[in-house]
Design a protein around this ligand. Structure first.
Ligand SMILES: [Zn+2]
Length: 679
C-alpha cells in the first residue's frame, strides 16, 4: 500500500472504531459482533505499529493505557467549577423557585432536572472537535490533569461527531461525573479483600481512587464510566439553554443521562425528585439526590452566583435511607488501646446498596440515652454512607421480652477486669496480653504510617495472634517463612514477600518505630518529636516525666502515658526483642511522616508565616497539616484575618476561601503546600 492509502485506511478504521465504541458504550446498541470489532482494532494496531509516525493522540488505540505517570499536573479551569447549595425538602425547593422568580421578576420558569451522580466531577477540554485534556474538579479553580486515565473510559469521545444544525465550538469544556457501577465496585472490593487490602468505602471513593492511579493500565481495568451533564467554558456563546446544550452534547457523542428531564413548573420538579427518591435503587450506579437547574442561559446569567455557588442551580439531597430491623444482640468489641465498644448485631438488611448486619452503639451512655434493648425493633441508617447507626428503638413494638444491656465488668476476650478511664465514658481492658488488643496493636505496628509492613493485613495479623505465633509485635521479627506458609490465604509467594517486607522494616527511621509502639496519645507528630529530641529508644525509655513535659508540644497526659509505657514490664520485654532482632532504634535524621517536611530545628521553611487550612485535603487530615506547619516553624491558625499569609485549600473550601479572597490572602492548593514544606 502507498503511504497515502495507509493513512486513509487508518483514518477509516479509527472512524469505524469510534462509531462502534459509541454504539456500544454510549448508546448501548452494538451493531457488530465483538469479533468483528476486535478485527478492526487489530488491523489498526498493526498499521500503527508499522507506521508509528501516523499515531495520533485521538486514535482509539491510545485508550488502553499503560503509560505510567509520576504524578498529576495541575490544570486551571477556564471557568471555575462551583459547588452547589443543597436542599433537603420540598419546601426548600419551593423557596428556591420563589427566589429565582423574584430575582428574575417573572412568573413562569423552565427547569432541567438531573440525577445527582455520586461520583467524581471532571472537566473535559475539546479543541476543534478533539479531546485535549481532562481535569478533576480539585478546589474548583484548579484540578489535576487526568487526561491519560480518562482516555481509558471507552464512552469518552476522543473525536466528536458532527451535529446537524450546530457548529461545534472551536474550544469548549464538557462537564460531567465519573462513576463506577455497583457491579464493578463489588468486583474491585472482592479482589481487594482477596489481597488483604482495605476495601473502598463506597463507589465514589473507588472511582476517585481509580482516577488518581498512576498506572493507566490499572485504570483501564477498573472500567470507569461517565455521564456528561453540561458545559463549562464555551468559545462564543452558541447555546441558549441547558436543554439545548444537552442535546448538542448527546449529538456530539457524549454519554448524556436519558433520565434528565425538562420540567415546566416547580411542582413537576418536586414530583420528579420524589419519583427518583423511590426508584434510585433500580439504577446500576449510585445517586445521592437530584440537581435542579434553571433552563435558559439568559436567566442563568441574570441570576449569577454568590462567591460559592450559582443562584440558578440547587441540589435536592435524598434523606439518608432508614430501615427497620431487629437488634438481635449487643456484643462488645475491644480495640487496640483496650477500649470496649458495644456493637449491635442486627438481623441482616439491605441498606443503601449493601447488607448491614452490625451497627456501632458508641458507648454505654449512648445505649442508655437511646434506651436501646436487646430484641428491640430499631431504625438504622447509614451516616456518611459508611458506618451504620442505630437511630432509635421503636418502643411501641416492645413485647416485654426485650433485655436491657450493660457493659461487662470483664473483658469479653481475655476476661480481665475492665476499668473506667478518668474523664472518659469508655471502659478499658488494661491487660496488655489481651488477644483483641494484641491484634489491633500488631495491625497498627505494621500499618503504613508506622512500620509499613506490606502484606500484614487484618486477616494475617488475626491468624498469627489466634494461633499463638505472635504474643506481641516484637515476635513479628522472629517469624519464619515456613510459619507463614501454613496460614490461610497465604500463598508461597506472599509468604516470601511478607518476610522481605518484615526484613525491610528493620531499617525504618526511629519515628516510625516510636509511632508503631502504639503508646496511648502518641500520634505521628509526637512520635516524630520524641525521635528528634531523644535520638534513640533507650533515651526515650530512660527519660523522666519532666523530660517530656519540658517539650512544648507534649502535655502532662501524654507525658505520663509515655513514661508509664516504658516502665511497664511487658513493654520493656518487647523492646528488648526488637533490639535483638536488629530493628533500628536510633537515629536523629528522619523524614517526617510520609516524607513531608523534615521540620527539624535547623530547617524552618515556614518561619514566621501564618497559615489557615480549609476544606478536605487529600494527603493529610487538617490536624496533620497544621502539625506540619508548626514543625516547619509556621503558625497554624483557625480563622482567616489580615495577618494570614497563606490559606491552604482542599476540597469544598467554604467561607474561609471567600474571606481570604476578599482580604487578598494568598491562596494555595495542597500541591503547593506540599512543595513549601518539602523545601
Ligand atoms: Zn482483654
Amino acid at each position: 500500500m502507498y503511504k497515502q492509502d495507509i493513512k486513509k485506511r487508518i483514518e477509516k478504521l479509527r472512524e469505524l472504531i469510534n462509531h462502534h465504541d459509541r454504539q456500544y458504550y454510549v448508546e448501548s446498541r452494538p451493531d457488530i459482533s465483538d469479533q468483528e470489532y476486535d478485527r478492526l482494532m487489530r488491523e489498526l494496531k498493526e498499521l500503527e505499529a508499522l507506521h508509528p509516525e501516523l499515531i495520533t493522540p485521538d486514535s482509539p488505540t491510545q485508550r488502553v493505557g499503560g503509560e505510567a505517570l509520576e504524578g498529576f499536573k495541575t490544570v486551571e479551569h477556564r471557568v471555575p467549577m462551583l459547588s452547589m447549595d443543597n436542599t433537603y425538602s420540598a419546601d426548600e425547593i419551593m423557596e428556591f423557585d420563589k427566589r429565582v422568580r423574584k430575582n428574575l421578576e417573572i412568573d413562569k420558569i423552565d427547569y432541567v432536572v438531573e440525577l445527582k451522580i455520586d461520583g467524581v466531577s471532571i472537566s473535559l477540554l475539546y479543541e476543534n472537535g478533539k479531546f485535549i485534556q481532562g481535569a478533576t474538579r480539585g478546589d474548583g479553580v484548579k484540578g489535576d490533569d487526568v487526561t491519560v486515565n480518562l482516555k481509558t473510559i471507552k464512552s469518552l469521545p476522543l473525536k466528536l461527531e458532527p451535529v446537524r444544525g450546530v457548529k461545534i465550538p472551536g474550544t469548549f469544556e464538557a462537564r460531567g461525573e465519573i462513576y463506577l457501577s455497583s457491579r464493578m465496585f463489588l468486583k474491585i472490593n472482592k479482589e481487594k479483600e482477596k489481597n488483604n487490602e482495605e476495601p473502598f468505602a463506597n463507589p465514589r471513593n473507588a472511582a476517585a481512587g481509580s482516577l488518581k492511579l498512576l498506572d493507566s493500565a490499572m485504570v483501564a481495568e477498573r472500567q470507569l464510566d461517565m455521564w456528561i451533564y453540561g458545559l463549562g467554558y464555551v468559545e462564543g456563546s452558541v447555546f441558549k439553554a441547558q436543554s439545548e446544550a444537552l442535546g448538542f452534547l448527546k449529538g456530539a457523542g457524549f454519554r448524556v443521562n436519558p433520565r434528565i428531564k425538562k420540567c415546566r413548573s416547580i411542582n413537576e420538579v418536586i414530583e420528579y425528585c420524589k419519583e427518583w427518591e423511590h426508584k434510585k435503587d433500580s439504577l446500576e450506579y449510585d445517586i445521592d439526590g437530584m440537581v435542579i437547574k434553571v433552563d435558559p442561559f439568559a436567566h442563568q446569567r441574570a441570576l449569577g452566583h454568590t462567591s460559592k455557588s450559582p443562584r440558578w442551580m440547587i441540589s435536592y439531597k435524598f434523606p439518608a435511607e432508614q430501615k427497620e430491623t431487629i437488634l438481635e444482640d449487643i456484643i462488645v468489641q475491644v480495640g487496640r488501646t483496650g477500649t470496649l465498644t458495644p456493637v449491635a448485631v442486627l438481623k441482616p438488611i439491605e441498606l443503601s446498596g449493601s447488607t448491614v448486619s452490625r451497627a456501632t452503639l458508641h458507648n454505654q451512655d449512648e445505649v442508655a440515652r437511646k434506651d436501646i434493648r436487646i430484641g428491640d425493633h430499631v431504625i438504622i441508617e447509614k451516616a456518611g454512607e459508611i458506618i451504620p447507626q442505630v437511630v432509635e428503638a421503636i418502643k411501641s413494638k416492645r413485647k416485654g421480652r426485650e433485655r436491657k444491656f450493660s457493659m461487662p465488668g470483664k473483658c469479653p476476650v481475655c476476661g480481665s477486669e475492665v476499668k473506667e478511664v478518668k474523664g472518659e465514658v469508655a471502659l478499658r481492658c488494661e491487660n496488655l496480653a489481651c488477644a483483641a488488643q494484641l491484634k489491633e496493636r500488631v495491625k497498627h505496628f505494621a500499618s503504613r504510617q508506622a512500620m509499613d509492613i506490606e502484606g500484614m493485613g487484618d486477616a494475617i495479623a488475626a491468624q498469627l495472634v489466634d494461633r499463638g505465633m505472635i504474643k506481641d509485635y516484637g515476635d513479628i521479627y522472629y517469624l519464619k517463612r515456613a510459619d507463614l506458609a501454613g496460614l490461610e490465604r497465604m500463598a508461597e509467594k506472599s509468604a516470601s514477600n511478607l518476610i522481605d517486607a518484615i526484613e525491610k522494616s528493620k531499617r525504618n527511621t526511629l519515628n516510625r518505630l516510636v509511632f508503631g509502639l502504639g503508646i496511648r496519645h502518641v500520634g505521628i507528630r509526637a512520635a516524630w518529636i520524641l525521635s528528634a529530641r531523644f535520638g534513640s529508644i533507650d533515651k526515650i525509655a530512660s527519660a523522666e516525666i519532666e523530660g517530656f513535659e519540658a517539650i512544648n508540644e507534649i502535655g502532662p497526659v501524654m507525658a505520663e502515658s509515655i513514661y508509664n509505657f516504658f516502665r511497664t514490664k511487658e513493654n520493656k520485654k518487647v523492646i528488648e526483642k526488637l533490639k535483638k532482632a536488629e530493628v533500628n532504634v536510633k537515629g536523629r535524621a528522619h523524614p517526617a511522616p510520609q516524607g513531608y517536611g523534615a521540620g527539624s530545628a535547623e530547617r524552618k521553611a515556614l518561619e514566621g508565616k501564618t497559615f489557615v487550612v480549609t476544606g478536605a485535603l487529600e494527603n493529610f487530615s487538617r490536624q496533620d497539616a497544621e502539625e506540619l506547619i508548626r514543625q516547619n516553624g509556621g503558625n497554624a491558625s483557625s480563622s482567616v484575618s489580615k495577618k494570614t499569609d497563606f490559606l491552604v485549600t482542599g476540597k469544598d473550601p467554604g467561607f474561609k476561601y471567600d474571606k481570604a479572597k476578599k482580604l487578598g490572602v494568598k491562596i494555595i492548593r495542597e500541591e503547593e503546600f506540599k512543595k513549601l514544606i518539602q523545601k
